[in-house]
Design a protein around this ligand. Sequence first.
Ligand code: HAM
Length: 432
Amino acid sequence: MAIKALRGTYDIFPPKSKLWQKVENLARELFDFYGYGEIRTPIFEQTSLFSRSIGENTDIVSKEMYTFQDKKGRSITLRPEATAPVIRAYLQHNMQQLNQICKLSYLGPMFRYERPQAGRNRQFYQLGTELIGSANPYYDAESIALAYDFISRLGIKCPAVKINSVGDTQSKSNYATLIKNYLSPKISSMCGDCQIRIEKNPLRVLDCKNPSCKEHIANAPSLLDSLSETSKTHFDKVREYLETMEIPYTIDNYLVRGLDYYTDTIFEIIHSNLGSQDVLGGGGRYNNLVQEMGGPSVGAVGFAFGIDRLILVLEALGQLGPKTNSGLDFFILNIDDSVFNQHIKLIKRLREKNIKIDICAENKSFKAQMRNANKLNAEFVIIRGSDEIENNVIKIKNMNDKTEETISITDDDSLFNAVLERIKQNDKKPVF
Ligand code: HAM
């Protein structure tokens, strides 16, 4: 039986890979513009890194991690997200000693054993940022502004930005008691998952999609009412800065996130084209994680977008129609074997001059090779069959206006110069 990619995984190949590159290149440029430097962490880490930071009772840790034992019996997990690895690396390399705000960005594959559907995969890709070293609410707003800027520059108009605050440790614990008391009398009519969540991770109940749970939650106490004075002031400041920066947002009192490390601000960016998996990206502040992982008590804030979902929206909007190829300057028709070596030499010399040239080494008919040249968006085609060889000429066909030019050539150099002259040197920029 033919071997296929595993369920929830997929291949990315041309022309779609061009779209991926555009998204990734924009992220790299914009993150750099906002002062973030790229960090690359390993694809797998010790399991405890994730179970401790994301939370034992989250769906990610309890159900979705790809965990296995290595040959020495150590528990290893394929990273389901990047925030915990980034903080691990920050501490391992003593970045806190730089005594300044540390801004790191990343891009790469993550792994979660979820039920696959449109926009939900088992190997998916995230791009994101983490700012470590400040609890100032300005940075919450700036992170949201960066996420918004990124989406806008991608051409995705009017995404919805939802924000909420889960508050500090005290606020979270106040709310846990409040919601537990509120839901206890209704618990028997709630789903099995929520019956466990109410005991182990009450905030997660707010995110349940089960209709009967949703009904109970609709009138539940609001997280914002449980905020401590410090958390309230923090959230007010975040809102003030967002308004100053003219970032449109709405407050969603019941917004919670699937990871336990958040404190204070949380946010999500939603797009209606995505169906049920409509969250393009999300993030928030996590002021306790660095200390919980053995570091100093410093605040941090960040977000991640799912690239898979960005691509789905861009395709649906037709914003970045995939192009087949950026186009060749020249395509050499391979008609006569006796000049094949001369053509290889020509290609080598022209590529050194940043001229985009190619040849088909297979023996294909004239017609098939012309079709190939068209497919590759060649500007010119070089024709050199037995007649041309006998008369010491080459024909250069302009594929746009279909005109043909016959040029005399005597040796390698005149061939090289004839082709080079055909392309305006001044227009050529280095490719790399
Ligand atoms: P998250 O909400 O778990 O947050 O994931 C961020 C984004 O990754 C989601 O909004 C979604 O677009 C994408 N995503 C998640 N799971 C899947 C999946 N199975 N298939 C396709 N896309 C998916 C985090 O991971 C946090 N680390 C974000 C963060 C950074 N918070 C602070 N800093």
